[in-house]
Ligand binder design. Structure first.
Ligand SMILES: [Zn+2]
Ligand SMILES: [Zn+2]
Length: 254
């Protein structure tokens, strides 16, 4: 399995792109602004998009992706997500006011995009890549994904603050090679982090102690301008783990 980081920033500006991960050439987790760097040919191969939650930075290029692909693909792109996330998209984005309802275009019988509801704890096998949805703890309903193939396993936290559900779900399995986890704010912004339900480096360090595996760990979703201080604080707080900062454009082979 190949994993390409199209975007992992908490915002925009210069080289920064918001969250989107490409698995092989056909599965996206989230559809932030990193999607805009794909070629038309690369976009046309995407068949499944798994969303973590309904915040704009995680789906901002989804409406434009579907619109761009509209005349170019003959199979629907499936949008997988927890029911509150899909409902928010249907009501507030693909509602004919902000953007057309592409689940009914070019016809309701043969649309360019479809929705598939998933529940935390559920898994789906897409060509040997098994995705498990895991509930996390964010200001809106949010999920993480654990992705397993015969050759490797990674997990992506989505947006979350302190929780047990993510760590318990990872510990319930025997293997974890790579962990992508958020730390959005520096330690000085702990009150804001708790209010917005994100991790600070110190909060993340406490939760990483719950993990029984010893994967390579990469920290994502820093607020623009705070990348260096957040990662310095992560390195100081998490001393016994193989931990790095995640960069857009990075490619992992698992
Ligand atoms: Zn969020
Ligand atoms: Zn976010």
């Amino acid at each position: 399995m190949n994993l390409r980081i199209l975007g992992c920033s908490g915002g925009i500006g210069m080289h920064r792109r918001t969250t989107s991960l490409l698995i092989d050439d056909d599965i996206l987790i989230d559809a932030g602004s990193g999607v805009g760097d794909l070629s038309l040919e690369e976009m046309s191969k995407i068949r499944h998009i798994f969303l973590t939650h309904s915040h704009l930075d995680h789906f901002t290029f989804l409406p434009l992706l579907v619109d761009t692909m509209f005349p170019l693909i003959d199979m629907p792109m499936m949008i997988h997500g927890h029911s509150p996330t899909l409902k928010a998209l249907q009501e507030h984005i693909f509602n004919w006011h902000i953007w057309p309802d592409f689940a009914k275009l070019p016809s309701a019988e043969n649309p360019v995009m479809g929705y598939r509801e998933m529940h935390p704890g559920e898994t789906i096998d897409i060509g040997g890549r098994v995705l498990e949805m895991i509930a996390v703890n964010h200001i809106v309903p949010c999920v993480a994904y654990r992705v397993e193939t015969q050759s490797g396993v990674f997990a992506f936290s989505g947006d979350t603050t302190t929780n047990d559900s993510f760590w318990d779900a990872l510990n319930a399995h025997d293997r974890l090679d790579l962990l992508l986890v958020e730390a959005a704010f520096p330690n000085a912004s702990e009150a804001l982090s708790r209010a917005a339900k994100h991790y600070t480096p110190n909060m993340l360090a406490q939760d990483i102690k719950k993990l029984r595996h010893n994967p390579r760990i990469y920290v994502s979703h820093p607020k623009p301008g705070h990348e260096d201080v957040i990662f310095q604080e992560v390195q100081k707080a998490v001393v016994d783990r193989d931990i790095s900062s995640l960069n857009g454009g990075e490619i992992f082979t698992l």
